[in-house]
Design a binder for this molecule. Sequence first.
Ligand SMILES: [Mn+2]
Length: 392
Amino acid sequence: MRLGLGLYRHMLTRDYYDFARQAGCTDVVIHLVDYFRENAANPRNNQPTGSKYELWGLAGEPGKLWTVEEMVAIRREIEEAGLHLAAIENLDPAIWHDVLLDGPRRAEQMEYVKTTIRRMGEAGVPVLGYNFSIAGVCGRVSGPWGRGGAVTVGMDGPVEEVPIPKGSVWNMVYDPHAEAGYVDSITHEELWRRLEAFLAEMIPVGEAAGVRLALHPDDPPMPTMRRQPRLVYQPGMYQRVIDIAPSANNALEMCVGTLAEMTEGDIYEAVDRYTRQGKVAYIHLRNVRGKVPYYRETFIDEGDVDMARILAILDRNGFDGVVIPDHAPQMSCESPWQAGMAHTLGFVVGVLAMLKKQRQHDSEVAEVAISAAQPAKIAEENWNKLAFKSQS
Ligand SMILES: [Mn+2]
């Protein structure tokens, strides 16, 4: 497994690349969507937060696609810093809102996504992480609930009272001038139908371009959020995503924190099951205390999940993708985001060193066992020779 760092759009600079290297990373996963645009209440020195009913920010320019040139330039800068660009995470609602909403511009926007995948392949970016969700990462609240009063996020109950305003999707605004009113609720089966239709067209494009599509589960994993259905809100539902489009290019962006917030299943079994199938493109690592609709994100070492055990499962299964920290609580200092990431990465580096040491120890024990068996083998051969001699 390889260690990486996820960087938001405003972090795609040499300083952040050097920071990743210094913390022990070989890889980066980048975001080209600016989640923080035109919303001062969603500060850039944190994960995108919003609040219970406050969206993140304004989506990008309508129909403005990432170019091969800009992706190649970013990849080269990352490589010059000694790192590998492992994935781009998330599509801008500005280019695919009507794919999620099945709106009038769906056909045109399906072409936008295909063009984006083809351009990624051309630019040498092997994975596209995406989140097929109408409500997106929403309905969360913040508070000083981490160890030492660190500010972190979580849920304090269901968020069905307030539906999603028109002109917004995926917790961002794509049309600030949309008419008043709310997005119509749909059924779970309708959302699955939309995903299936999306994958039926996109997976062949990904196969031809050499790009794996990797789906993030619904965070927070409630059956519905703001009166919209969620796709993957129990661990077993990931299997349906895999099975509806069998291809090596139909993969998972497996979020351990989100899976741990789910009310059913066993987090260790889920991590084992999906990595054994070779279906995980990359992993978000985050700890959590509680389950939806009442949970808190925690430091990597203080939640309900035994993270050393998770890493041991990945190691045992020979997981060869990238593991990145997901979110971390805000640490009290000038750079709360960097401090939280460095703390998480340091923990992972430590556990990986222990696992490597354990493997070395195990192979040494095996070698000793083999050499201990040698005299017995020689004695057996000698006996056979003697037995042969006495017969002749
Ligand atoms: Mn995640």
